[in-house]
Design a binder for this molecule. Structure first.
Ligand code: NAP
Ligand code: FE
Length: 372
């Protein structure tokens, strides 16, 4: 079996890993732009730790804290203009997948004059600002991927900038920042990670290496399920303890390493409409659909489904669906017209070419219908 494994991001993990490795920051220049969402980076200690590390190294910084969830193309261009105006040398992205992705897009836009219509075409020059990524959710794995996923109104969906140029140079993984992540976000994001690991195994690009990473990621997810179940119905993040937080951060990073090799499947392709049109969180959207795609895969590739269920310590797709339904709670409503529209869009999603079991538009409709 031939395969390629590429992971250029250096990962430093553990409590205080930013300050303990502050000397690495100086290698990227004299001035940083910190990119974050509106408030969480200020509240969870991550921004303070970054600033302390920058000050220790006598580096200056500016802050761009306007990134919203499911970041827009506009906010990415705005951040890039801000970076140019302040002549920054590198970017430190703090937050969930949204600020990390927007920052990765900015890194490209600062150094290259890319028109909006060419943003997703994959043809870029070689110049880019270095990005350092500090995840504060545990789900997207964006700290170790070459993707920046932006809301793209032109196609009423989410579209990926995919280029090895935007792999973060360094990922600092300190799970203490996720301590107060609300239970619902903790569960939704963890299911994004699970989806990455499981989908990675279902792609045409899966390999012995990506499968090994995926299985370990799935094992860590399963280990955290009892704690997440116990926290259901509660809100404050401190209901989930620190050792679970560390496992979820690792689960997410390993699953990010998986999709960096394999890409995702139709599940992500279908989930984007749920997020774009129905405002369903990204991880939740995947989780709502994953079991029914696994059921389709089982029909054509029972061995593959068996391997995934074994990694989950489950025996049937129904068990898998029940587990996800327990974690996700009451589902949203989706009508027939929405299913028709979303299926048409998903059937044209690039992820479909990546599926070991390639669904037809009819299959996609059936997956949406059976999922809701
Ligand atoms: P997110 O949109 O980044 O953040 C969700 C919410 O959580 C925000 O309100 C944020 O607040 C808050 N938050 C973040 N960290 C927190 C913390 N430690 N404590 C309390 N609240 C916190 O959510 P996400 O699920 O991590 O990212 C989703 C995005 O990632 C989507 O756009 C998706 O398409 C993308 N994604 C990317 C990849 C990739 O490979 N690049 C893979 C999968 C998904 P603030 O706004 O105040 O920060
Ligand atoms: Fe995802």
């Amino acid at each position: 079996m031939s395969y390629k494994y590429h992971m250029p991001t250096k990962v430093f993990s553990g409590k205080n890993c930013i300050i303990n490795n502050s000397e690495l920051l100086a290698a990227f220049g004299r001035k940083a732009m910190i990119v974050s969402g509106r408030s969480s980076a200020k509240n969870n200690g991550s921004q303070d730790d970054v600033i302390k590390a920058l000050q220790k190294e006598n580096l200056s910084y500016v802050i761009f804290d306007k990134v919203m969830s499911n970041p827009t193309i506009a906010v990415s261009y705005e951040g890039a203009a801000f970076a140019k105006e302040h002549d920054v040398d590198f970017i430190i992205a703090i937050g969930g997948g949204s600020p990390l992705d927007a920052a990765k897009a900015m890194a490209l836009m600062v150094r290259q004059d890319i028109k909006q219509e060419n943003l997703f075409n994959g043809k870029y020059g070689s110049d880019v600002l270095p990005v350092i990524a500090i995840p504060t959710t545990a789900g997207t794995g964006s700290e170790v991927t070459q993707y920046a996923i932006l809301t793209n109104d032109a196609v009423e969906s989410k579209t990926s900038i995919a280029t090895e140029l935007i792999f973060p140079k360094i990922a600092f993984l300190d799970a203490t920042y996720t301590k107060e992540l609300p239970v619902e976000t903790t569960i939704n994001t963890s299911i994004d990670a699970l989806s990455h690991a499981v989908e990675g195994m279902m792609t045409v690009r899966s390999s012995v290496v990506s499968d090994a990473l995926a299985k370990e990621s799935i094992r860590l997810f399963v280990k955290c399920v009892p704690a997440m179940k116990a926290a259901l119905g509660k809100t404050t993040g401190s209901e989930v303890n620190q050792s679970i937080r560390e496992n979820l951060a690792r689960c997410s990073m390993l699953a990010g390493m998986v999709i960096a090799q394999t890409g995702t499947t139709i599940v992500h392709g279908m989930g984007y409409s749920l997020t774009y049109f129905k405002d369903i969180d990204h991880g939740r959207a995947n989780g709502l659909l994953l079991a029914e795609y696994l059921r389709l895969v089982e029909k054509e590739a029972p061995d593959l489904t068996g391997k995934i269920l074994a990694a989950m310590s489950l025996t049937t797709v129904d068990d898998f669906k029940t587990l996800l339904e327990t974690l996700l709670g009451e589902k949203e409503d989706i009508n027939k017209e929405e299913i028709r529209k979303f299926s048409g869009k998903a059937a044209k999603a690039p992820n479909i070419n990546n599926c070991r079991v390639r669904p037809t538009e009819e299959n996609i409709k059936d997956i949406y219908t059976a999922s809701f």
